[in-house]
Design a binder for this molecule. Sequence first.
Ligand code: FMN
Length: 495
Amino acid sequence: MATKSFAEYYHQETKYSPKGLAKNQRQIDPTKQPIPFKEYIKGDTIDLKQYISKKNEDKIYETEADKNLQKLSKLLYYTNGVTALIPYNTPLLLRASPSAGGLYPTEIYIIANNFEGLEDGIYNFQVRNHSLIRFWDKNVWEALKKSCFEHPSFDKSNLSIVLTGIFFRSSWRYEDRAYRRILLDTGHLLGNLILYSTFIDKYATLIGTFNDDKVNDLLWLDKSEEVALAVINFSDQKLEQTDNRVLASSIDKEKHYNNDLILDFHNSTKIDRLIALNTKEEEIKNKFTLAFAETLNLTPINWNNQLEKTIINRRSTRTFSGDAITSKELSQLLSFTYDPSSYEDQGFDPNPDFFDLSIIQTYIAVTDVEGLEDGCYYYSSDKKELKQIRFKNFRAELCYLCLGQELGRDAGVVFFHTINLPKAIEKYGERAYRYTHIDAGNLGQKLNLACMKLGLGVSGIAGFFDDQVNELLGIPETEAVLYITVIGRPVKTQY
Ligand SMILES: Cc1cc2nc3c(=O)[nH]c(=O)nc-3n(C[C@H](O)[C@H](O)[C@H](O)COP(=O)(O)O)c2cc1C
C-alpha cells in the first residue's frame, strides 16, 4: 500500500533533473502539433468583433442586448483575445494571456441564462475570429448549479464561464509535466478574467468545487482529452465568500495509475460529492522566525486607467539587459500582486478571488535590485515583510536551474511560488494540486501585468530543475515549487 498521495507521486515523477533531461532525447515532431483552436461542425455563430473594433471605439450602444454583448466581447478579448501575430507559414496568434510554449491549452465556455443578447445555452469562445459558437441551445443553468453543489452565486448571476484544459495541446511537447503547465496557463488567464471583470461592471466569483464529470458532460467534453478546471460566475454586486466555493477531493494513496499519468492523476483530483475540509489550520506562514525581517511600505502602482493598454501590450520578455531594477519597482510589484488594498481606487475588485493563497509561499531571489542586498528572501504577504534567508548572488545558479535559460541569469529579481505539498493535500485532497497551480498562475499574471505597466521585462518559467530550486532556497523537499517568474530590464524584441 502506497503511503504518498497521487499528487506527491505525480509531482515527483514530473520533476526535471539534470540527469533526467540528459537521458530524455525525445525529438518533437512539429507536424504533430495540435492546433490551438476548437472546431465545431455546427452551431450558430455570434460575431463579437464589431464590439472591439477601433472604428466603434466611441460608439454608444442603445439596446440592452448590444450593451451586454459589448461587455462580453471586451471581457473575452482582454482575457484571452488575439493581441499580436507572428508571421510564420501559418501565422502564430499571440494572446492576451501568456501560455507555456505558446500552446494555449485553455478553452473558454460561456453559459447564458436570461442574459439579454445571448440566447440561453452553451457557447465556446472562438479566439481566432473573436466570435462565439452556440453549440448547445438548451438552458443548462439549473444543471450547472447542481453540478456546483448549489453554489449560491448562481442565484445572483446570469452568466457563467467555465475554463477547461485540453491535455494534448501541451503534452504533445511537455509530456507528463504538461498538466502543471496547463494549470499555470489557466491561472494566468483567470488573472485577466477576474481583474477585467469590474471594467464591465461585474464581480467574478471563482468556484473550485464542482462535480467534474457532470460539468464535463454538460459541456460535451471528451473527458479523456479535455476537462473543466474552474467555474466563474459574474454578478452585479460583490458576493460574500461561501464555505463551499473551494472544497476538498479525496486522497488517493492507491494511485489508480494505468498508463496515462496526466489523465489518471487528473481523475484522482475530481470531486463527485462534498467532502468537508480538513480545517485543522496550522500557522504555516510563520516561517523563518529567527531571520531579520524588514517591514515594507508598499507603493501602489498608479494604473491611470491603463489596464486595457497594458494587457494588449503584454508580451513575455525574451532577453533582459542585465541592468538593475529599483527597490521602489520591487515594492510596486509586491503591492499589486499580494496587496489589493489599493485596488478599489483603481477600479479593480477590492478582494479578487483566488482559491486559497494562505497555503502558497513566496520566495524572491535578488540578483540586482538597487538598495537591496543580493540573496534569497522569504516574503510574508500578511505582514508585508521581507526576510533574508540566503546571502549571496545566485545568478549562475539561477541560469542553471531555469534549464540554462539566460533569462534566469540576467533577471534582477526572480519570484518563486511554493507549497508544502503534504499539508496542502491534507487540507484539499488531491485537488490541492489544481488549486495551487492555478493560483500560482494567477499570481504570475499579476506580476506580468505589473511589470508591463512599470516598463519592466517579465517571463514565466515552468521548466526548471525542481530539487535544485529547493537547494538554492534552502527549503525542504516537502515544499513543492509551483512556478518561477523572472523579472528584469527588457531588451526590446520585435515581433
Ligand atoms: C506557465 C508558463 C510557463 C512558461 N515557461 C516559459 C519558459 O520556461 N521559458 C520561456 O522562455 N518562456 C516561458 N513562458 C512564456 C511563453 O513562452 C510565452 O507566454 C508564449 O510564447 C506566448 O508569448 P507571449 O507571452 O509574449 O504572449 C511561459 C509562460 C507561461 C504562461
